[in-house]
Design a protein around this ligand. Structure first.
Ligand code: ADP
Ligand code: ZN
Ligand code: ZN
Length: 724
């Protein structure tokens, strides 16, 4: 009897597909195979090899070709992916598609693993000396003038360099070569003497090397967490093991990359979204063959093979960027824990503002807590003060006290940061004669005024229209922008402080990946300046001359319908406030609000994040919300509301009767219309994860079979972090 191969294919169906083994070669689990599928071909991963099923082997098709002699995915990764697909209700093939770099999902030989280097030829050196080139070519020649450079490093330093490299190579100015990866280059920088707290954290984690144990390292930005990571990675490297460091966003971490490279003296693989597919595949394969010792990456790097794993670190573990919000909706932090367990290594979660999920796990004793309370080098923590906005004459949303504090700061030659989490000029355009306001026709939500481009834009679906000169409803010319966005604050501050540079940092001013760092680089450490921006300002490199943080308007977060809004607000306030007074100068934080008595703000300011988080967690426990209960959200959308309603009603009816889960809905989504599509949802909640998960797969299969499912777009989100 021939064996049957169970294969995961990149199609959105929650099943495996059976094939007969190929004519040549032994297809083992973890090997890729080329198979016939429908009218075409697909590349799949063998998940299991079984004796013939009762279905009858003669009806099965045969694998066209085996692509790997040895499994590309090892047993641990296979097991973790199967677990992840099951837990987050993904199709098995989708999980593999997330784990494998695109270039490895093609029927091509694996790329060669030598490092790709670029260098100047003699002619290139003269061209550089003569300064005969312009633009990207000139920049590339300048970068290479100091010596050969790895392609990956070029991608980080000069995005889009390949076009210039091709031009210059064609004219003989550049040379490409492949050399084996440089192994031990001596570290260029020395570690500082660790503080007692840092030493203790390192020692505690170090005693767990070689076994599974989660740790939660709680320390504000600047408290020295990265030094703890570095010391532990050094130990892991000394044991000839690999370390994986996850960060929420790479664009904001070039400093970390530099620090790792300079300190560790080994090649650091960086996996991020701007990498070319070839480079990504090579980095993944170098991790797989063990030549990559330290891997730094964003969410999807959690799927990197780690045959000699020693430690996994998740920095800023509370960050929502770790959750994939479409397709295969996994959470990289949670998956990091699953992998650490399977690999038998410690996992270190770091944050200045830990998520309530992780705090609950620490309280329950599942994680061991580590704290860094003191900031090395800082004089003292910033002073935080509330400004009551009620009954104040506001200048574009800013109170006299706030403006005075900014004035004093810049007069001292120091820098101030004004934080407002809304881009654009104003969130609403209102007619003062008749009360009309501009709404997005596709979302039913107010359009944001973008004054610089004289445009109205929808921040939900990106609909754009020209700003009208007169009211489309009554014809009056009395249209007034209501409220403030960063663009308006920039304008007001420029008018108020004409002698000081005002820098705006938001998605519009930093469209390019490195624009943010470049913008900050224009700041001189010894000069006054005012920074205005959104939450992008909460991160990024150290600003030693920044001594005032002014938080303008966070009140939206105090009465949002999302139960996580309070937690997010507390995290954001603490992260932004942490930008003040990081070096030798003491910092000051002003928080302007209409609700100075709000209990969350009170406890946050009086007692800090840990106390506020404890209160929030107690509240969640009382009303049985995550992490004290577990949720699954079924979302559906369609052009016609009836189709959404019909599907959700059928989905509701398909639930097992008298099952011990709470059901909320079917109901319209908090945003019932978006980008022209009607949206609805059904929320399931249970005290026990097992209870909830026990019925999910069969329910999902029932949903797939519903005729009404074909008239909507729908998805299941396990542990949703966003109820929109
Ligand atoms: P975090 O990762 O928590 O934001 P970092 O590790 O980046 O903190 O440390 C913040 C700053 O303090 C960095 O400039 C770092 O070099 C410095 N630093 C950290 N630990 C020490 C120490 N033990 N002695 C001196 N400087 C330190
Ligand atoms: Zn009007
Ligand atoms: Zn819209």
């Amino acid at each position: 009897m021939p064996a049957v191969l169970r294969v995961a294919l990149p199609v959105p169906l929650p099943t495996l597909f059976d094939y007969l083994p190929p004519a040549a070669g032994e297809a083992r689990p973890g090997c890729r195979v080329l198979v016939p599928f429908g009218r075409g071909k697909q590349i799949g991963v063998v998940v299991a090899v079984e004796a013939e099923t009762t279905l009858g082997g003669n009806r099965l098709k045969q694998v066209i070709r085996l692509l790997d002699d040895t499994p590309l995915l090892d047993a641990e990764l296979m097991q973790t992916l199967a677990w992840a697909a099951d837990y987050w209700l993904g199709a098995p093939g989708e999980a593999y598609a997330n784990a494998l770099p695109l270039a490895l999902r093609e029927a091509k030989p694996l790329p060669a693993l030598g490092e790709e280097y670029w260098s100047l030829s003699v002619a290139g050196q003269s061209a550089h000396d003569a300064g005969s080139r312009r633009g990207g070519s000139k920049a590339l020649l300048a970068l290479l003038a100091s010596g050969p450079m790895r392609a990956q490093e070029l991608s980080e330093r000069l995005p889009g360099w390949r076009a210039a490299a091709r031009r210059l190579a064609d004219t003989g100015l550049l040379e490409r070569s492949e050399r084996p990866p440089l192994n031990a280059t001596p570290p260029a920088s020395l570690a500082p003497r660790l503080s007692d707290e840092q030493q203790q954290a390192v020692a505690t984690v170090a005693t767990s090397l070689g076994q599974y144990q989660p740790f939660l390292l709680d320390g504000v930005t600047g408290s020295g967490k990265t030094e703890v990571y570095l010391a532990l990675i050094e130990q892991v490297l000394a044991q000839r093991r690999q370390a994986l460091l996850l960060v929420p966003e790479i664009g904001l971490a070039p400093q970390t990359v530099r620090r790792l490279r300079e300190r560790l003296g080994v090649a650091v693989e960086v996996l991020h979204s701007n990498l070319s597919e070839g480079d990504r595949a090579r980095a993944w394969l170098r991790a797989r063959n063990g030549s990559a010792r330290v891997i730094l990456g964003t969410r999807s790097a959690v799927f990197t093979p780690l045959p000699q794993a020693g430690l996994i670190i998740v920095d800023e573990e509370h960050d929502s960027a770790y959750k994939q919000q479409e397709g295969f909706r996994y959470h990289a932090r949670d998956l990091a824990l699953v992998r650490a367990r399977a690999l038998g290594v410690p996992v270190l979660l770091g944050s200045g503002t830990p998520s309530l999920e992780s705090l609950a796990n620490a309280e329950a004793g599942r994680y061991r807590s580590l704290h860094l309370r003191a900031r090395p080098g800082a004089i003292r923590p910033p002073q935080v003060q509330i400004i009551d906005m009620r009954a104040q004459r506001l200048e574009h949303g800013m109170s006299p006290a706030l403006l005075a504090a900014i004035g004093e700061t810049v007069a001292r030659g120091e820098q101030a940061l004004v934080f407002r989490n809304r881009r654009g000029y104003a969130p609403v355009l209102l007619c003062h004669s008749c009360g009309w306001h501009a709404d997005c026709p596709r979302c039913d939500r107010p359009l944001t005024v973008h004054a610089g481009r004289r445009q109205l834009r929808c921040h939900h679906c990106d609909y754009r229209s020209r700003m009208p000169d007169a009211c489309p409803s009554c014809g009056a010319g009395d249209l007034k922008p209501q409220g403030q966005g960063t663009e308006r604050l920039e304008e007001a501050l420029t008018a108020q402080f004409p002698q000081v540079p005002v820098l705006r940092v938001d998605r519009e001013t930093t469209r390019r990946r490195d624009a943010f760092e470049q913008l900050l680089a224009t700041l001189r450490d010894d000069q006054p300046a005012i920074l205005v921006g959104t939450q992008m300002l909460a991160k990024g490199h150290d600003l030693p001359n920044l001594t005032l943080v002014a938080i303008v308007g966070v009140d939206e977060g105090l009465h949002s319908v999302d139960f996580r809004a309070g937690e997010r607000l507390a995290q954001l306030v603490v992260q932004v406030a942490g930008r003040a007074g990081r070096a030798r100068k003491p910092g000051r934080v002003l928080l302007q609000t209409h609700q100075p008595e709000h209990p969350l703000l009170r406890s946050l300011l009086a007692q800090g994040y840990a106390a506020a988080a404890r209160d929030l967690l107690a509240e969640r426990r009382q009303i049985q919300l995550p992490p004290c209960s577990h949720q699954v959200l079924l979302r559906a959308d369609a052009v016609q509301r009836e189709h959404v309603d019909a599907f959700l009603a059928d989905a509701h009816a398909a639930l097992p009767p008298d099952y011990p889960v709470q059901i909320a809905g079917p109901m319209p989504a908090p945003m019932p219309l978006r980008a022209g599509r009607q949206r609805g949802q059904l929320l399931l909640e249970a005290a026990s994860r097992q209870t909830l998960h026990a019925m999910l797969r069969s329910w999902q299969l029932a949903l797939l079979a519903l005729p009404s499912a074909r008239r909507v777009r729908w998805s299941l989100d396990v542990d949703p972090i966003d109820l929109y």
